[in-house]
Design a protein around this ligand. Sequence first.
Ligand code: EPS
Length: 414
Amino acid sequence: MLGKLRYLTAGESHGQALTCIIDGVPSNLALSADDINIDLARRQKGFGRGGRMKIETDRAQILSGVRHGKTLGSPVSLLIENKDWANWETIMSPDTPPSPPLAKGGVVTRPRPGHADLAGALKYSHRDLRNILERSSARETAARVAAGAVAKKFLSEFDIRVISYVTEIGGIRQSTDSRSQNTDYKTLLSNFKKAEASLVRCLDEKTEEKMITRIKTALKKGDTLGGVFEVAVLGVPAGLGSYSQWDRKLEARLSYAMMGIQAIKGVEIGLGFEMAGMAGSEVMDEIFYRTKKATTPLAKGGEGGGSGDFYRKTNNAGGIEGGMSNGMPVIVRAAMKPIPTLKTPLSSIDINTKKKFKAAYERSDTCAVPAASVIGEAVTALVIADSFLDKFGGDSMEEIKRNYSGYLKQIQEF
Ligand code: EPS
């Protein structure tokens, strides 16, 4: 929350709506609800989602900060209605509880292992676990995706794109991900196009088939699955983030944001954990220099595009060295644990009776890794946009564009 671009979300999963305030969006950025709705729809997709997604069609309303299609420089606030609210109005009412007490979905006393239920109840002193699960639910991510779409729109004005794809579901791995590829701009963009056409956001039909079969088997067994997705940022100039202080390091900020997504348990940058077992000579991305000067715009990422005429042939570092972007695509990978709401009962203790029970099933998803990949794009875009604003500052798009083109010239002439 320390940056120039700050955002907060509010809303319960079965409450009236989700809301979001984004502060620090510069003025004169063209922005419409359609820019946001595209990503809201992408988040709702993916094989393995439960019944809720058939109820919701997420759409954002812009409540403030935009006038006649352009941002004002004032806080942008967004609202996404929960269609399911119609079924939960009494249960989730902000007014005094009904009498007689609630029947359906009444008081929840059985914490699900792996969910926020028990720790949340102890922390906030609630004896109805619904008071915990409503906010800890991943439904909240719709609001973050909306905020991320605003950040993406801002970045697109500087030719920066944030993309993602799924590399693993329930142990089924994509044969190629950035660990085994030279991740240049073109390859990454083509990966993204394939992912957009896939039901599980993976890169080829064979893997897709295997992943879908794996999800179907888990569904039959009443089980759930996690996985891994990769987010890539294309067109990032060298110099976002800083080595000068721990909390300004770009990989630290990206990991923080990524770990803030529900169910994410691991984050890697570039080769990540694989680097630990390799020799230094294999890991470092050697530096080359183009003597024939680049004539195309520099902020295109890929082969040295974001670092003037200096370039790399590999990107093991995931586009970040010393806490700063180095001009190569930024690559962040995140691991999502399986969803904790299972049909297969697991042991737990009722918080009132203190007796053992097998956790009861609540409607949920079997696998939400494809959705998490879109959420990963959003939180990444927010960090990159904030780091970009930190470096190129300014209150209006005009001012920031002037600052940015001055910096690109500086890099080109370096
Ligand atoms: C979730 C449980 C399910 C998911 C939900 C996250 O919701 P419900 O309890 O209404 O069936 O569908 O995800 C969303 C609603 C969403 O928009 O992504 C949970 O417990 O985290």
